[in-house]
Design a protein around this ligand. Structure first.
Ligand code: E4P
Length: 217
């Protein structure tokens, strides 16, 4: 499973990228707001740092507006993926932009039928939002499973990008189901390294080692 980082915080992206953990980045208008930076400036910086796809989201609500914004965002760098919402207008924009050879991420997906439409419109990525479904007491992971089954039934090449990930368990479950990509905040990716028994075991080893009075260097 590929790891995308869901942030516009360049320092956080750099730390993970230096460890080889970053296959791409996703941003959205809220994350750009949180960064406090200009969208084109911060996106260009991210695109220069990361080899993989970097999603930049349109904000128009009509297809022509999304297409115009998508073309503008795509000028930032070759690895830009234009992000459009899963509305009828977004599907039209997706079709036009993918026909032009651009990568498109269709976002705000909350049902298998929406994902089916995005695949028909040629989306490069579909972004089902797990956490926001879980918030409503609907199992977001069931949606990932449904989309996986439908795409595999018909050989759709659209990649499932599990989004709105809130915990390391979401990462594990998405990987078990076979999501192509998961996008997560930097803190969630780092938390995947944590285990209480690792901490406890290390503690015990260090105490025993100290009692030997030895040093390796
Ligand atoms: C994905 O592309 C979105 O930017 C993101 O995953 C949304 O996550 P949230 O529901 O935690 O805001």
């Amino acid at each position: 499973m590929k790891f995308f980082v869901d942030t516009a915080d360049v320092d956080a992206i750099r730390e993970l990228n230096d460890l080889g953990m970053v296959d791409g980045v996703t941003t959205n208008p809220s994350l750009i707001m949180k960064s406090g930076r200009d969208i084109k400036e911060v996106t260009a910086e991210i695109c220069a740092m990361v080899d993989g796809p970097v999603s930049a989201e349109t904000v128009a609500t009509d297809a022509d507006g999304m297409i115009a914004e998508g073309r503008e965002l795509a000028k930032i760098a070759d690895n830009i993926t234009v992000k459009v919402p899963l509305t009828w207008a977004g599907l039209k924009a997706c079709k036009t932009l993918t026909d032009e050879g651009r990568m498109v991420n269709v976002t705000l997906c909350f049902s298998a039928n929406q994902a089916l439409l995005a695949a028909k419109a040629g989306a490069t990525f579909i972004s089902p939002f797990i956490g926001r479904l879980d918030d409503l007491n609907i199992d977001g992971m069931d949606l990932i499973q449904e989309i996986r089954t439908i795409y595999d039934n018909y050989g759709y090449e659209t990649q499932i990008l599990a989004a709105s990930i809130r915990s390391p368990n979401h990462m594990k479950d998405a990987a078990l189901i076979g999501a192509d990509v998961a996008t997560a905040p930097p803190g969630v990716i780092k938390a995947m390294a944590n285990h209480v028994l690792t901490d406890k075991g290390l503690d015990a080893f260090l105490k025993d080692w100290a009692s030997t009075g030895q040093s390796i260097l």
